[in-house]
Design a binder for this molecule. Structure first.
Ligand SMILES: Nc1ncnc2c1ncn2[C@@H]1O[C@H](COP(=O)(O)OP(=O)(O)O)[C@@H](O)[C@H]1O
Ligand SMILES: [Mg+2]
Length: 299
């Protein structure tokens, strides 16, 4: 019989794990953060009073339906967008613009297509004045870490989607950021590659002194990766809950069917409501010649 477990039944060992995590120094501190956009239709409150602390070496995922402000939040953390009010500190320093202390990986492939994989990884440190000799040997180490050491002279178009994202991670890490900001980085990959990338990312995180802030809308991905999950509510985007993931580490995809995993996922499903779809059927409006007759036996 499979033991049924409620997300609320956290064992003392799990509670102790999270008490310990919260004793680590804060790496990211967000206080009273608001973001309001002006649009033709009026003001859009994209983020309302966000308060959050992410601890050093924590892996935090952000979940929430489309339009709840996930990308706005991560763009503010990256310094690509300014808050309407409130403050963001990374390692105690206020965020005022983009900086090398924060590495970004987006869903869309962002490598420079005219540079080799190695030259992409060397780009940031070179701009920061690192000498070519050190830079090249370090780039090779980053590429080895993401399993691309044999592809240093390839160009991005010669790589698969998963390999491009591994190169993008190596390029972000080469700047030695304190935090990796990832906005649905595996969203465009097929399910199998996506699982491989998740496992890779956990390996990298284990080996590198880095904190990860990772947006996804895949519940399995969030539970598999996270220490804690920030769940946002939409319109206005605000904190719904911060969910502590009790699944033990090291993690493997075999755990997807284990009670802690299922209980956490079930809890997330109760707090994230699927988006209302106001889309009415449009079949009668389609200007298509070969519609089937009602009564055709298709189920
Ligand atoms: N530059 C912008 N100008 C006006 N509205 C915006 C802008 N960027 C985002 N928004 C609005 O803010 C809300 C949150 O968007 P976003 O952060 O992209 O959500 P998510 O990433 O969770 O899907 C949405 O209603 C979106 O339309
Ligand atoms: Mg988004």
């Amino acid at each position: 019989m499979i033991a049924s477990l409620s997300y609320k039944d956290q064992s003392p060992a799990v509670k102790a794990r999270f008490d310990k995590l919260k004793q680590r120094p804060p790496l990211l501190e967000i206080s009273s953060l608001f973001k309001i956009f002006d649009s033709k239709a009026g003001e859009i409150v994209a983020l309302k009073d966000i308060n959050l602390t992410v601890h050093r070496r924590e892996f935090m995922c952000v979940l929430g339906q489309s339009g709840c402000g996930k990308s706005t939040l991560i763009r503010i953390l990256a310094g690509l967008e300014t808050p309407s009010s409130g403050q963001v500190l990374v390692d105690g320093q206020p965020v005022t613009g983009p900086g090398r202390d924060r590495g970004m990986v987006f869903q869309s492939y962002t490598l420079f297509p005219w540079l080799t994989v190695k030259a992409n990884v060397m780009y940031g440190p070179r701009m920061a004045g690192k000498d070519d000799f050190t830079n090249e040997s370090e780039a090779r180490q980053w590429l080895a870490l993401v399993g691309l050491d044999k592809f240093e002279n390839s160009y991005p178009h010669q790589l698969s989607g998963g390999m491009k994202q591994r190169a993008a991670i190596a390029r972000a890490l080469a700047n030695e950021p304190r935090i990796l900001l990832m906005d649905e980085p595996f969203g465009a990959l097929d399910p199998q590659t996506r699982q491989q990338m998740q496992a890779y990312l956990l390996q990298i995180w284990k080996n590198v002194d880095i904190t990860v802030f990772f947006i996804t809308h895949d519940l399995d991905e969030a539970v598999f990766l996270s220490d804690r999950i920030l769940v946002l509510d939409p319109r206005p985007g605000r904190v719904r809950e911060i969910v502590e993931v009790p699944v033990p580490r090291p993690r493997s995809h075999d755990q997807l069917r284990e009670p802690e995993f299922l209980a956490t996922k079930a809890h997330l499903e109760t707090i994230i409501h699927p988006e209302d779809t106001h889309a009415a059927p449009v079949f009668d409006k389609l200007p298509i010649g070969r519609m089937t007759d009602v009564g055709d036996d298709v189920e």
